[in-house]
Design a protein around this ligand. Structure first.
Ligand code: ARG
Length: 578
């Protein structure tokens, strides 16, 4: 639709130049003014003439009438007026000849562009804290982050996905203390990260005590944990060996989840990697006179920017989360020379990012405006909020496990002879979770209703994947796909489906502009709705006349390409049979 909009805009610009030679309006401006009317009766695209009225010194209805009279893009669309609106109806021959033609030619590359070619985007996402549970709060950063990566790649950017593992910090001191006290090699080897999380939860509970139950905080254990971490910092080999092992065990587990999601990372450089890169940045902060002492700690005062101070060094001289992020950003700039660095985290970290982005600016790094924070809202399940420290958490892998199991039950009932049942149940179960999650604007808080997410009816992942599988099965039975004659598609359902498909690229652009993968999810639902009403109204393989049948098969193939690409952009797999 972008090409058509551009063609309409340039022909309107010509017309306006002819009507009022002194007050030309750029075709780009007209392009932005073209809208999709809420009701199909008002045409496929509309130009509201109100904004033109000042420049052209005419009433909007008069402008609309005048422009309609001289409209010269008859090969694309016909035009009508309604008050101050100019309404365009796209010609069926254009939809079939040009739109369908282009989809069939480009196949899964339809909608791609190379506008980002030669530019580098680094994305920091997922980034779980090792030894702490990888819970459903991490779903957002993982799928929004990866989807943003895929969307950028779809626009030709070179992307580097970084998993900035939380692999350093006092939690390891706690874990080491807990392991020495209650753990064993066998248990960790057997139970993997579950054992680590249990140990971590137990040590935290013990350290903080429980007022209600009259259990006092265990300060000796807290000291011991701190001491174990201090030993790590001083290079204690035994502790560092344990630390490495805990990371390995955790990564093995994360890999399972990432593979269910079809996600890989280009770098796993975590927080520990930046230990020796922080002093130089702290020194620079000092040189620039940005560091201030505050009760023994070193901070950057941000009062002038209406933010609390950014903490750089604790009283004991140890570094903090922002210090590490600053060092990591400098390292990434030097390593990747990025044009844009995107960080996807929960909105709870928005202040942290705003603060250190500002500090980077104050340090004089001219690339500070290439840093982008993409926040998202909180997640709860069936109304229950998460608590991280108490052990009362829903792990992402358990959520996936539940979804896969339920889908497997449904499939056993509906389609017991399906090949590859396990793989399909996994793709559909995990897909259902992602789809549900990415159905809302990222900043909104989400309450996961598992039953709703897994339903095969309604606007769900299983419904979208099922629609995709339906196109596959039609194409399999149809055999070959050929380009139809330009007048072969006529019904409202056929033409509407083409109109929806033609919006793909524009919707991808919108998703990128707002860092909002849910724009693609909504597009997928529009495609599914349009395809299913076409499917119900227009016989495809049983259509009497051969031309119509071939055209409908071609339309099904086009849907298959676009739907497949769109689902992949939001990290959803596309089984051919469900
Ligand atoms: N590990 C952090 C957490 O789980 C997220 C890291 C986000 N990335 C960053 N560069 N700070 O909260």
């Amino acid at each position: 639709m972008q090409k058509l909009k551009a063609a309409l805009a340039s022909s309107l610009a010509e017309e306006i130049k002819a009507i009022a030679p002194d007050s030309a309006i750029a075709s780009e401006e007209l392009y932005d003014m073209l809208e999709y009317p809420p009701d199909a009766k008002m045409g496929d695209l509309a130009l509201p003439c109100f904004k033109l009225s000042r420049t052209l010194r005419m009433a909007p209805p008069a402008i609309a009438a005048k422009l309609a009279e001289g409209f010269g893009a008859g090969e694309y669309a016909t035009v009508d007026t309604a008050g101050g609106y100019l309404n365009f109806t796209i010609n069926p021959a254009y939809l079939t000849g040009t739109v369908l033609g282009e989809i069939l030619e480009k196949k899964e590359n339809y909608g791609k562009s190379d506008i980002g070619a030669g530019k580098e985007v680094v994305l920091d996402y997922s980034s779980p804290n090792v030894a702490k549970p990888f819970h459903i709060g991490h779903l957002g950063t993982t799928v929004i982050g990866h989807s943003l990566k895929l969307l950028h790649e779809f626009r030709g950017y070179h992307c580097t996905g970084i998993n900035y593992l939380g692999d350093w910090g006092t939690q390891f001191g706690k874990l080491i203390a807990a392991y020495r006290m209650w753990g064993s090699k066998e248990a960790v080897e057997e139970r993997g990260i579950d054992e680590l999380v249990d140990l971590y939860v137990r040590v935290n509970n013990e350290i903080s005590g429980n007022e209600e139950k009259g259990i006092a905080p265990n300060t000796a254990l807290a000291d011991e944990a701190r001491n174990e971490f201090r030993k790590m910092e001083q290079g204690d080999e035994e502790n560092l060996a344990l630390w490495k092992w805990f990371i390995e065990i955790s990564l093995k587990e994360y890999e399972k989840t990432y593979s269910q999601l079809g996600i890989t990372f280009d770098s796993y450089k975590g927080e520990s990697f930046y230990t020796d890169k922080m002093p130089a940045q702290v020194e620079l902060l000092r040189e620039k006179g940005l560091l201030k002492l505050d009760d023994g700690a070193s901070i950057v005062d941000l009062e002038a920017y209406k933010m609390p101070p950014c903490l750089i060094l604790k009283r004991d001289g140890s570094t903090l989360y922002p210090t590490r992020d600053i060092a990591a950003a400098v390292y990434r700039k030097n390593t990747y020379n990025f044009d844009k660095a995107i960080y996807v985290t929960s909105a709870g970290q928005s202040l942290h990012f705003a603060q250190w982005f500002k500090v980077v600016e104050l340090m004089g790094y001219d690339w500070h405006d290439q840093l982008v924070h993409v926040p998202y809202g909180t997640v709860s399940i069936n109304g229950a909020k998460l608590a991280t420290r108490t052990g009362n958490v829903i792990l992402l892998k358990d959520l996936f496990g539940m979804a896969i199991e339920k889908v497997a039950d449904i499939m056993n009932e509906k389609n017991p002879n399906l090949e590859n049942k396990d793989a399909v149940a996994e793709a559909v179960g995990v897909g259902a979770i992602i789809f549900y999650y990415l159905s809302n604007n990222r900043i909104k808080d989400i309450n996961f209703m598992l039953e709703d997410a897994l339903s095969f009816e309604g606007n769900t992942g299983p419904y979208a994947q099922y629609t995709y599988a339906r196109t596959c099965s039609i194409l399999e039975r149809a055999g070959s796909v050929e380009m139809p004659a330009a007048d072969a598609l006529k019904t409202d359902e056929e033409l509407n489906l083409l109109k929806v498909l033609s919006q793909f690229s524009e919707r991808v652009d919108n998703a990128l502009k707002d860092y909002e993968p849910s724009t693609v999810t909504r597009f997928i639902l529009d495609v599914c709705a349009a395809f299913n009403s076409f499917y119900h109204e227009c016989p495809i393989l049983s259509s009497e006349d051969e031309n119509t049948k071939a055209a409908r098969v071609a339309l099904t193939a086009a849907t298959n390409y676009v739907l497949g690409s769109a689902l992949h952009l939001i990290c959803i797999k596309t089984p051919e049979k469900i």
